[in-house]
Each structure stands twice: as structure tokens, then as C-alpha cells.
Ligand binder design. Structure first.
Ligand code: NAD
Ligand code: DAU
Length: 358
């Protein structure tokens, strides 16, 4: 086994932030396996281009032959599974890809990792880790008065996306209990930060505001999410990888619940200060549209376990994190332009044209 990790989905939003900071901080070699779907983008990794510690392989996690060859060649000490179809609205329009990647793909990946792990010696088996990057959405939806999600909450997924993530988490759990493999699972709340694809709320609002487009709010905007700056998610994953107890699950969150309307108002006000020369406000572009079917009302993460047992805490508040994020989008408009041409326009048409203003 080598001082090397294999990351899947490392050209996406969170995966690329993770790979960039891992390589830049000199933690060792990363084999980055990504299919480069619409959400994967090599531009996210341009800062480590040419770095010997980064080996990029364009492949599907479900491609057993490629995965087996990579395991044999690189002998990683850990595998971190970020790869997934990740957007709830897309899972409502077309769930098939979510079943294929999130469930079948993860299963195929596990089926290649199993003989690899079996072939390690006893010490290497003990040192090896498989870390499943999951989401708080698997726990379902909270009412305003419910306590935040703990690791002991039952899984109650409500969308095809969260159901497919739940299924893959269950497979990971089963491979620990049945085969004794050293698995870890993290369930994180909503991330935001650089390289966030503008189909998701925060980058979509920034992009639409600057382009004089409607700022679409599903339903009445009262739905609550618990926001965490992406680099804090990455530091939590590194912490769980190093010190987490095998077979355990860790919730990751920023203790930062906000309604969608609060988030959108915050962004509009920041952009007003930084961008507007007239007396108007980006708030004027807010439009209430038909709600997302099955829209979960509230997510909230109780991050006590990771704080108490592993000593992890987020470094950013929402204020500092969102300032960095808005600054990044304003400085990286060419990145936004590149990802919002072509296929993105078709998605916007599909998702928003059928929604009525309410
Ligand atoms: P993303 O959609 O930005 O990136 C997903 C990446 O996976 C892309 O690079 C894509 O090309 C790649 N991919 C998709 N299918 C693949 C396949 N079959 N084989 C190989 N690569 C494939 O997603 P993200 O927001 O970065 O999320 C990463 C992970 O974190 C996901 O597992 C997601 O469920 C989880 N998560 C996300 C959030 C969030 O707020 N974004 C929060 C908690 C957990
Ligand atoms: O909670 C973690 C999850 O967060 C991750 O597992 C998912 O991969 C990630 O996409 C995210 O899911 P959400 O559905 O919460 O994120 P999204 O950015 O799509 O939406 C955030 C909230 O904003 C949600 O209540 C829906 C609402 N929304 C979203 C869009 C795209 C709008 O009101 N208008 C929009 O146009």
C-alpha cells in the first residue's frame, strides 16, 4: 500500500476543493477518478495542473475494469467516494442517472475495493479506509421545532437524489458489517464556495443577479438549509479520515440555519454594495415560482459528535464564508461563463420555463 489516496468525483464542486487543498498542502498523491459529467470540470483543477501528486483519470466509478487496474497500479491507502449525481431538481426530472451512478456505480466500486482490501496484509487492512461522502438529505425533512439531525436519526429520504444516496450509504454500511471492511460515512449539510455549479441556489442567484435575470425562489422561500463553507467540509473529511472510528458515521455542519429568502436577501444586499451604481436593488429581481415537488422544509445538522469526539470545528462563519464566495464569483466570471454555456442553457429551460410565477 502506498501513501496515496483515490478520490472519485474530484472534478466536481466539493471533490475539486478537496483535491486542490490536499495536493497544495502536500498531503501526498491523489488519483482522481471522474467521469466528467456536466458537473465535472478540469478547469476546477487548473491550479494543480502539472503537479506530480495529482493523477487525473477520466472514468466512471462503475467501470469495474478501470477501477481494478487503478487499485492494482496505485495501491491507495484510502478511497474517498465523492462521485455522485448531486442535484435534487435533476433527480426529479430524470432519476435514472442517479440510480446508475449513486447506487449501481457505488456498488461496482465497492465490489472492486473488496478483493483489493482482501489482498492486503493484516496491518494494511487495518490502516485502509473507505470514506463515503454523504448528505444530510438522507435523514428527510424537519419541522421548525424538531431537533437537528443526529447520526442516530433514521434514514427517511424524500427525493430520488436522497433515496439514491441513502441506498449507497446502506451498501457502505453493509460492507463494513458483512465483510469487516474499514468504512467511514460523513453526512454533511449544504455546502457553498468556489467552483459551485450555478444550478444550485447560491451560485445561481449570484449569476442571475449579475445578468439581470429573475431570482427564482421555490414556494414562499421559507425552506431552511444549514450552510457550511466548502473548505470546512474538506477539513472535516480529512479529520474523519485520520481520526474517525471505523464503521462510524459523522454528521458535518456549520450550525448555520437560514431560510432561502434570508440567503437570497443577503446575496442581493452584498451585490448591491459591490456592484450597483444606481439606486435600485437586486432584490427587485426576486420572483416566487412553483415549488419543487416534495420540497424538504428544513435540514439542520447536530455536529456535536464530530466536535466532541474528533475535535473538529468549522473555521468560517456564514458571514466570512459568503464574503469569500461572492468575491470568488466576481473575480472568476470567465469560469462562470464557461460553465453556463451549452448544456446549462438547456437545463435552465427545462427546470424553470415550466414553473409559473406565484
Ligand atoms: P457535483 O455534482 O458538483 O460533482 C460530482 C462529480 O462527480 C462531478 O465531477 C462528476 O463529473 C462526477 N461524477 C458523476 N457521476 C460519476 C460517475 N459515474 N463516475 C465518476 N464520476 C462521476 O457534486 P458535489 O456538490 O461536489 O457533491 C459531491 C459529493 O458530496 C456528492 O456525493 C454529494 O452527494 C455530497 N454532498 C454534497 C453536498 C452539497 O451541498 N453540494 C452536501 C453534502 C454532501
Ligand atoms: O443538504 C445537502 C444537499 O444540499 C446536497 O446533498 C445536495 O447535493 C445539494 O445540491 C444541496 O441540496 P439542496 O436541494 O438543498 O440545494 P439547492 O441549492 O438545489 O437548493 C437549496 C434550497 O434553495 C432548496 O430549498 C431549494 C431552493 N431553491 C433552489 C434553486 C436551484 C430555490 O428556491 N430556487 C432555485 O432556483
Amino acid at each position: 500500500m502506498n501513501n496515496c489516496i483515490l478520490v472519485t468525483g474530484g472534478a466536481g464542486f466539493i471533490g475539486s476543493n478537496f483535491v486542490n487543498s490536499w495536493v497544495k498542502q502536500g498531503f501526498g498523491k491523489v488519483v482522481n477518478v471522474d467521469k466528467l459529467t456536466y458537473a465535472g470540470n478540469l478547469e476546477n483543477l487548473s491550479g494543480i495542473q502539472g503537479n506530480e501528486d495529482h493523477v487525473f483519470v477520466q472514468a466512471d466509478i462503475g467501470d469495474s475494469k478501470v477501477i481494478a487496474e487503478l487499485l492494482k497500479e496505485h495501491e491507495p491507502k484510502a478511497i474517498l467516494n465523492f462521485a455522485a449525481e448531486s442535484h435534487v431538481d435533476r433527480s426529479i426530472h430524470a432519476p435514472g442517472e442517479f440510480i446508475q451512478t449513486n447506487i449501481v456505480g457505488t456498488f461496482n466500486l465497492l465490489e472492486e475495493v473488496r478483493p483489493y482490501w482482501n489482498g492486503l496484509n493484516e496491518r494494511e487492512q487495518g490502516d485502509f479506509r473507505f470514506l463515503q461522502v454523504s448528505t444530510d438529505e438522507v435523514y428527510g425533512s424537519l419541522t421548525a421545532d424538531d431537533p437537528a439531525f443526529k447520526e442516530t436519526n433514521p434514514y427517511e429520504p424524500n427525493s430520488p437524489y436522497s433515496a439514491s444516496k441513502a441506498a449507497s450509504d446502506h451498501l457502505v454500511r453493509a460492507y463494513h458489517h458483512t465483510y469487516g471492511m474499514p468504512m467511514l460515512t460523513t453526512n454533511c449539510s449544504n455546502n457553498y464556495g468556489p467552483y459551485h455549479f450555478p444550478e444550485k441556489l447560491i451560485p445561481l442567484i449570484i449569476h442571475n443577479a449579475l445578468n439581470d435575470k429573475d431570482l427564482p425562489i421555490y414556494g414562499d422561500g421559507s425552506n431552511v438549509r444549514d450552510w457550511l463553507y466548502v473548505e470546512d467540509h474538506c477539513s472535516a473529511i480529512r479529520c474523519v479520515l485520520e481520526t474517525g472510528q471505523v464503521g462510524e458515521t459523522y454528521n458535518i455542519g456549520g450550525w448555520n440555519e437560514m431560510s432561502n429568502l434570508e440567503v437570497v436577501h443577503t446575496l442581493c444586499d452584498m451585490l448591491d454594495l459591490q456592484r450597483r451604481k444606481d439606486a435600485g436593488s437586486y432584490r427587485d429581481q426576486i420572483t416566487y415560482v412553483t415549488d419543487r415537488p416534495g420540497h424538504d422544509q428544513r435540514y439542520a445538522i447536530d455536529a456535536t459528535k464530530i466536535e466532541r469526539e474528533l475535535g473538529w470545528k468549522p473555521a468560517e462563519t456564514f458571514k466570512t464564508g459568503i464574503e469569500k464566495t461572492v468575491a470568488w464569483y466576481l473575480e472568476n466570471q470567465s469560469w462562470v461563463e464557461n460553465v453556463t454555456s451549452g448544456e446549462y442553457q438547456k437545463w435552465v429551460g427545462k427546470n424553470y420555463q415550466a414553473r409559473e410565477n406565484v
